[in-house]
Ligand binder design. Structure first.
Ligand code: SAM
Length: 472
């Protein structure tokens, strides 16, 4: 009973359809004629369905894989240019009533330090983040109706938006909290959130139930149908993801694409972002206890094929990955990365960071934001601190049509340059600033419309003189 338009989890993520897809992919693994026709379709930049993309995932033909990797890069550049959007996670609380077996916040973990930030502590965290240059945050909490009810999350969002420290401001707050009700999603929308992010963890229902043995998150349908409720509550930018390592990656890949197809079919808008987290070592978690870990090669292949299958989506990679994997992933379709992340509650303002560890997982990229920004530029990317789209009401289908129209170069590109300029003026080291100024000079020439280019030049001069927060 596979039906992408259904609102029932087991019908739009249909187990039999996934098994059938995997069988179809295996049968056509060496069918080069079919593979070539799928590649031809992918070149049209309109995406691929889960069956077509699953065939490419089992393809081992070196020549074709090289073609696919180049295509992923081209598609990323067509839709998002060479811009990379920057963000940081902010952990508010690690109290949790769930039993997720891969997460150290699970309720039975008695030795992890439990913390919940007060509004004053949130202020300190936000000031520390603003002092680095961050403008966009992803809020994270464990699920706990008593310690972090929706009212606490809403109050925290208000606090975050209210803090203006020197030239700093958080201009977009994305939220990654447990699946909730339409009413609560409506409240989050009213609080002015950007994207609502929720990782599916795994699309495999039976495994999902085993991996979430206790707590509200145990309910597979409630979790899987969360994005439909979020959209019903008025949030039209939603972010998907699976935690790679829990289940067979081919199963997850097909499920993820079916989820994207479902959102398009029902709401007319696919996922605003797709994240690609891999399971990491954490307080009482050993990733080797999970059988389905994937190699870097498979991980990178997944990234390239998600980019090709869902060309318009933003793709996020976090500091779970190290510098060299991130460097390669950036060449295959990633469009957003976090920098200088702390995954502990209070981790940005804390002076003695080792005192009581409350972190969710170990990070593999410990560089400062300045180092990440400089590295991106040296590798030909433009770090962007832009938050304009959602502040201009370009969300959901309005963002997607901008993205699909190719006009992004007259809008996102100048916005990226102006926000990078702010970063260089306010936070960068001298070396980073020099690299950045030269990059802005060069990239100004890539703004197609002459009048937009002139306005951008004029605004860059005004930023130099102290004005802030321009946007198209
Ligand atoms: N509690 C919220 C929920 O239930 O969806 C989400 C917030 S949680 C702080 C963010 C994500 O971190 C989870 O959805 C999970 O995919 C990921 N995560 C949990 N444990 C992890 C681990 N050991 N390594 C890597 N990522 C992990």
């Amino acid at each position: 009973m596979y039906d992408p338009r259904s609102l029932k989890a087991e019908e739009f993520i249909n187990h039999d359809e996934i098994l059938e897809t995997l069988r179809y992919a295996d049968e056509n693994k060496d069918n080069l004629e079919l593979i070539d026709s799928i590649i031809e379709k992918a070149r049209k930049r309109k995406g691929l369905n889960h069956r077509e993309a699953s065939v490419l995932l089992v393809c081992e033909d070196k020549e074709r894989l090289d073609v696919l990797y180049s295509l992923a890069k081209e598609i990323k550049n067509d839709f998002y240019g060479n811009r990379i959007v920057m963000f940081a996670p902010l952990y508010l609380s690690n109290y949790c009533v769930n039993g997720c077996v891969y997460c150290p916040y699970h309720q039975k973990n008695k030795h992890i330090a439990r913390k919940k930030l007060s509004q004053e502590e949130i202020r300190r965290e936000v000031i520390a983040l603003e002092d680095m240059g961050h403008k966009r945050l992803a809020l994270e909490t464990g699920e706990d109706p008593v310690n972090s009810p929706i009212e606490y999350v809403l109050e925290s969002i208000k606090t975050i938006y209210s803090i203006k420290h020197k030239n700093g401001a958080v201009r977009r707050v994305n939220v990654n909290i447990a699946a909730t009700s339409v009413e609560n999603y409506r409240k989050l929308k009213e609080a002015g959130i950007g994207t609502y992010i929720l990782f599916q963890e795994t699309y495999h229902k039976e495994s999902y139930e085993k991996l979430h043995p206790t707590g509200p998150k145990h309910d597979y349908a409630y979790h899987t149908e969360a994005m439909d409720r979020a959209m019903e509550g008025g949030i039209d930018d939603v972010g998907l993801g699976v935690l790679f390592g829990l289940e067979l990656y081919r199963y997850e890949f097909a499920g993820l694409l079916m989820h994207a197809e479902h959102l398009e079919a029902v709401h007319g808008v696919g996922p605003h972002t797709i994240s690609v987290p891999r399971i990491k070592r954490a307080d009482d978690i050993n990733p080797d206890d999970f059988d389905n870990g994937i190699s870097d090669e498979v991980f990178l292949k997944l990234i390239a094929l998600i980019r090709i299958a869902v060309p318009y989506t933003g793709m996020i990679i976090s500091t779970r990955e190290n510098k060299s994997v991130r460097e390669r992933a950036l060449e295959l379709g990633i469009s957003q990365i976090s920098g200088a992340s702390r995954t502990s509650v209070g981790g940005y303002a804390e002076e003695d960071r080792d005192e009581e560890d409350s972190s969710q997982f170990d990070v593999s990229d410990n560089r400062s934001l300045d180092e990440v920004v400089s590295w991106l530029m040296r590798n030909g990317h433009i770090p962007s601190f832009c938050t304009a789209c959602y502040r201009e009401g370009r969300t959901g289908d309005r963002f997607m049509s901008l993205c699909k129209s190719g006009q992004i170069q007259n809008c996102c590109h100048p916005n990226a340059l102006m926000t990078l300029k702010e970063y260089l003026m306010d936070y960068a080291s001298l070396e980073t600033r020099n690299i950045g100024e030269a990059l802005i000079e060069k990239e100004l020439e890539n703004i197609p419309k002459e009048n937009v280019k002139n306005i951008t030049k004029e605004r860059l001069e005004r930023i130099e003189k102290g004005e802030r927060d321009f946007r198209f």
